[in-house]
Design a binder for this molecule. Structure first.
Ligand SMILES: *Cc1c(COP(=O)(O)O)cnc(C)c1O
Length: 405
């Protein structure tokens, strides 16, 4: 009977929702720690975290209470007035990142939009031209709105929607010469993910980032780091660039920032803040509203109290070594990629069947491209849950491929 109820909901959804997703056939009902429950009460170990969003355990009481308290006080004002939670959240984000100025948004894509606009305005104020260009990376992902799509290096996402917004040229990640080849006196910005997420868990190399920083300094081009997925502690640093100390001129953040409450931000240095967007140039009705900002504040409190960054650094070697055991044990797995709690296993075949089999056995996984299983679990994941995940995944790979570990 219960099963029928979930099926009925799914059928209803398929009738009513625009078909922009091939959804997995479960209705998620609630969460507890590292586990999710579907509408039938079936339990799943979650290694997706709503795609690198929910860093804390599900059902975190302190987080939930903070949101409830804010709801009872006020949910929304307008950016024409100040609100205390946003003032506090901005100040804390500045301190954590070393950036100087914050603009709150409602999503990752909107953070990217704002970052591009800020860079374009900066370039415009220098030379008054209206034909500036952006250099982005092949295989990058920056979101689905037009500006963000324009800098996304995956032709599949862009091809039906031309012409794109900005004049964008695509270079190869970790190949500085490919960037230099594209630089002109019209280049306003270079944008990249410090660790590519959707594109296949590929970290930017330290040398490349250094050379990029030097190139941008030399030509007064703004360097934009998209930290929407790799930020908020996922690599063991608050922002992935902090590992190398290579600071961007503009950075974006979202996903883990509100741990489920839709909120993002872009942050700039003082120089960009002083010479780009000014009053009337950019805005948002919801961005940084009291509820979203209260979520950010509580997330930052809990990161501190629960020593999230330290935990990620401690657990990462354990996670990596377990994944590496699968790489050496299964011929169908080529490699492990990624950093921190943002990892991928590259298979010699599409991974869709393995992910479905895992769901059957109570494990939630997701892909990054057809052949890669992506692991972006809540950041509180422990060794016990890693072992549980590896054990289920091992069975799934064996059942689907016929290979034994
Ligand atoms: C998810 C993602 C985005 C888009 O964020 P949305 O909140 O879905 O708009 C942008 N950049 C990167 C690197 C992402 O992973």
């Amino acid at each position: 009977m219960a099963e029928d109820k979930m099926l009925a909901m799914i059928e209803q959804a398929e009738e009513d929702l625009l078909h922009t997703y091939n959804r997995y056939p479960i209705v998620i009902d609630r969460g507890e720690g590292m586990y999710l429950y579907d509408a039938n009460g079936k339990k799943y170990l979650d290694f997706v975290a709503g795609i690198a969003v929910f860093a804390l355990g599900y059902g975190n009481k302190a987080y939930n209470d903070a949101l409830k308290e804010q709801i009872d006080r006020i949910i929304h004002t307008s950016n024409y007035y100040y609100n205390e939670p946003a003032i506090r959240a901005a100040h804390r984000l500045k301190a954590l990142s070393g950036m100087d100025s914050v603009f709150f948004t409602n999503s990752g894509a909107e953070s990217v939009e704002g970052a591009i606009k800020a860079a374009m305005k900066y370039a415009y104020l220098k030379d008054g031209r209206g034909d500036h260009e952006v250099i982005a990376m092949e295989h990058s992902f920056h979101g689905r709105t037009y500006g963000a799509l324009s800098v996304t290096g995956n032709p599949k996402y862009r091809e039906s929607y031309g012409p794109m917004v900005a004049n964008v040229h695509f270079a190869q990640l970790n190949d500085i010469q490919s960037v230099k080849n594209l630089v002109s006196d019209r280049t306003a910005a270079v944008i990249l993910e410090v660790v590519q997420g959707e594109g296949g868990l590929i970290p930017a190399q330290e040398d490349f980032l250094h050379e990029l920083r030097a190139l941008c300094d030399e030509r007064d081009i703004l360097l934009i780091f998209d930290e929407v997925q790799c930020g908020m502690g996922r690599t063991g640093y608050f922002y992935a660039w902090q590992k190398y100390g290579i600071k961007p001129d503009i950075m974006t953040t979202a996903k883990g920032l509100g741990c489920g409450v839709p909120v993002g931000a872009f942050l700039t240095t003082q120089r960009v803040a002083d010479h780009s967007l000014s009053a009337g140039d950019h805005g948002t009705t919801y961005g940084g509203n009291p509820l979203a900002a209260a979520a950010v504040n509580k997330v930052l409190d809990l990161y501190e109290e629960e020593h999230i960054l330290e935990h990620v650094r401690e657990i990462t070697p354990v996670f990596e070594s377990r994944l590496d055991e699968l790489v050496s044990g299964f011929r169908c797995i080529y490699a492990r990629r990624g950093t921190g709690l943002m990892q991928g296993l590259v298979f010699d075949r599409p991974v869709g069947d393995i992910i479905l089999k895992a769901m059957e056995k109570g494990l939630i996984l997701i892909n990054a491209g057809p052949n890669i299983i992506r692991f972006v679990p809540p950041l509180i994941v422990s060794e016990k849950e890693i072992d549980e995940m590896i054990s289920i995944l091992t069975d799934c790979i064996s059942e689907v491929t016929g290979e034994k570990l």
